[in-house]
Design a protein around this ligand. Sequence first.
Ligand code: NAD
Ligand code: TYD
Length: 351
Amino acid sequence: MNSKSILVTGGAGFIGSHLVRLFVNKYPNYNIVNLDKLTYAGNLANLTDIENAPNYEFIKGDIVDADFIHQLFQKYQFDAVIHLAAESHVDRSIASPMDFIMTNIVGTANLLNAAKATWTDLSSKLFYHVSTDEVYGSLGSEGMFEETTSYDPRSPYSASKASSDHLVRAYFHTYGLPIVISNCSNNYGSHQFPEKLIPLFIHNIKNNKSLPVYGKGENIRDWLWVEDHARAIDVIFHQVKIGETYNIGGHNEWKNIDLIKVICKVMDKKLNREAGTSEKLITYVKDRAGHDMRYAIDASKLQNELGWKPSLQFEEGIEKTIDWYLNNEEWLNNVTSGAYQNYYEQQYEKR
Ligand code: NAD
Ligand code: TYD
């Protein structure tokens, strides 16, 4: 394998940390530079196992700072970028859309501009943009998102990601920048900040706090084991067809309330609580504004063209995930102290 200098943005976050770990361990002759602002969602404790690896470097910085990004590209002469840095939580995007517009749109544009300005020989370069299935909007009870599905984003988060996808494609068509995009369904697994459904509910059950189910709990998401997402990025990165888009998904649709009941059942077992104890914490609350009804990904292009498929059954994945949060109390306590408490108290007061 040739040596490469790769910039990973957002590598201290949930998916980014799994990707950085995979690349640092699997490709010793790649130099991985992890650029992360360390927002509330970024955490270097996610990467302690590889922090001293000789092919790994962390840089704290903000992708919204165009001058800084330009200088970084000049200094490191990256061969490739894998761009994950983003504001990623839909509820926060409803409360504060501008953070999403700055990081997800302006930040992506800054990276594209820096690549365009510093990459002279484009033949060996790659700008890999990591995106979400939420750009496609909301499904009814039938059908799945395909790569050709029209964009129809409905939250400030998904609109900002759709906008960044459009910019990435525009730089390919207009300037010939070598890009690839993947759009993935909901991820679950270790090291996810406990504001998203699965880690939040594990955390709340552990602490006997209520489980706020939005609306009737009938919305459907397609859940994928985060390490399978990292593996998919690896496969697409190494068998790249420039300008392509790939959908990544778990073929694993769950109605929220059914998924929550599975979490409750496993948590009762793990915490040696009487069956049914955790379910009593379920509280139906006001629905999320503009709540997308259903997401489902058709990942057959990735499977047929590049041979990727999910490796883990959901029942096994959810148990592993719950075990990780229960066995990593210090991590959970650290990320849920301070500002986190204030944020959640405000959220609960609003309901
Ligand atoms: P995350 O919120 O856990 O991590 C985001 C990371 O980006 C954090 O480490 C944060 O510090 C960093 N960051 C934020 N703003 C930054 C800035 N201005 N400059 C530099 N770094 C900044 O998110 P995640 O769940 O790991 O998602 C990673 C990517 O994958 C995002 O682009 C997201 O849209 C996409 N995605 C996520 C999911 C999912 O289910 N979580 C599914 C599909 C796609
Ligand atoms: P989330 O993990 O925020 O991911 P996304 O909105 O990006 O799909 O939410 C997953 C589903 O769970 C979504 O339908 C909203 C719902 N949900 C709740 O019912 N209660 C909660 O407290 C949260 C965070 C989410």
